[in-house]
Ligand binder design. Structure first.
Ligand SMILES: CC(C)(COP(=O)(O)OP(=O)(O)OC[C@H]1O[C@@H](n2cnc3c(N)ncnc32)[C@H](O)[C@@H]1OP(=O)(O)O)[C@@H](O)C(=O)NCCC(=O)NCCS
Length: 300
């Protein structure tokens, strides 16, 4: 049987996760960063598949999955969550074919803006994305540190944190924050995060009004985090660091865009270390991200 490109099915997603983890670790080990990825249940992939199956594609040969592409759309923003090819079959045009299909997803959805997060040290992916009209915007650094280290000298949380619920009022607040921070409402993704027992989300208040939101996972990872204005980003990140420091995870981590000076300074001050350098690539005119810390390269 020859190589075929077909829409992904729910029962492919365990195998695509194995492929993605192997492909990431092959890349990060080759570049001297050690292993970055570990297997995890493909919950968000499954959510996206059920929400909008046009965004998930596999390359298959003789029953074996050789490549996987996955994109999602919110409003007029299209995001490429994953594009991975089996290390033994890279450089043979499979990634490009898969990318064509997810780009078609963007066209069909009427998305105006396109974005993705890739590895700063992967020349192949960056060149391939530039070929498709996506260009480097800003580095995104994965920072982490032990919770004990971050706890030292943390200021009192500057903002008030109130748990996110599924009420219409909360969803309206989240939509407004997202519109200002990233240009699209992500209500469906907030509902997804709310259903995740390992994640806690809070609205962040200065005085009476919400100025942002943030999420923390039980493993101490902060993000996504978004704010209404750039001048509250530092306070929002400081508040989330305090919440994480009060938790029980061994380490605290976050993805910080190079455009977020105040959050970067605070991370460095609290002893956090750059572990992996990533890169935001986007269609022209999109992706300042001065008010947004992504959760990870797939969720955005
Ligand atoms: C990135 C990846 C998905 C691409 O898939 P692939 O099947 O290897 O790529 P293709 O063979 O379809 O296309 C490669 C293209 O990249 C571009 N490219 C490769 N090296 C390049 C370089 N040094 N400079 C600029 N462009 C380059 C070219 O356009 C090339 O096509 P060409 O050889 O026809 O000119 C795959 O290599 C992979 O899984 N890498 C590891 C994981 C990863 O980084 N994934 C992206 C996460 S966002």
């Amino acid at each position: 049987m020859s190589l075929v490109y077909r829409p992904a099915r729910a029962d492919d997603l365990a195998a695509t996760d194995v492929l993605v983890v192997a492909s990431i670790n092959d890349l990060t080990v080759r570049h001297g960063f050690g292993r970055m990825a570990a297997a995890s249940p493909p919950n968000f992939q499954l959510f996206s598949l059920q929400d909008d199956p046009d965004g998930l594609w596999v390359a298959e040969e003789n029953g074996e999955i050789l490549g996987f592409a996955w994109s999602w759309v919110c409003g007029d923003v299209w995001f490429l969550a994953q594009l991975f090819v089996d290390p033994a079959r890279q450089g043979q045009g499979i990634g490009n074919e898969l990318l064509e299909r997810t780009m078609e997803h963007a066209r069909k959805s009427g998305a105006i803006h396109k974005a993705l997060i890739t590895f700063t040290f992967n020349r192949v992916s960056q060149g391939l994305y530039m070929r498709h009209g996506l260009f480097p915007k800003t580095p995104i650094y994965f920072f982490n540190a032990t919770r004990e280290r971050v706890k030292q000298t943390l200021p009192e949380p500057p903002l008030r944190a109130i748990a996110i619920d599924s009420s219409a009022a909360t969803m309206n607040n989240l939509a407004e924050i997202d519109l200002r921070a990233i240009g699209a409402s992500r209500e469906k993704h907030h509902r997804y995060l709310l259903s995740d027992p390992a994640t806690t989300g809070v609205l962040l208040y200065a005085g009476d009004g919400p100025v942002g939101y943030g999420y923390i996972s039980s493993n101490g990872h902060i993000g996504p985090l978004a704010v209404m204005r750039t001048d509250v980003l530092r306070d929002a990140f400081a508040t989330m660091l305090t919440l994480a420091a009060d938790g029980s995870a061994e380490t605290i981590s976050a993805f910080l865009p190079g455009t977020c000076d105040s959050a970067l300074s605070l991370a460095i001050r609290q002893g956090m270390r750059i572990t992996f350098p990533m890169l935001l690539m986007a269609s022209p005119g999109y992706g300042d991200w001065m008010q947004y810390l992504p959760r990870n390269p797939g969720f955005m």
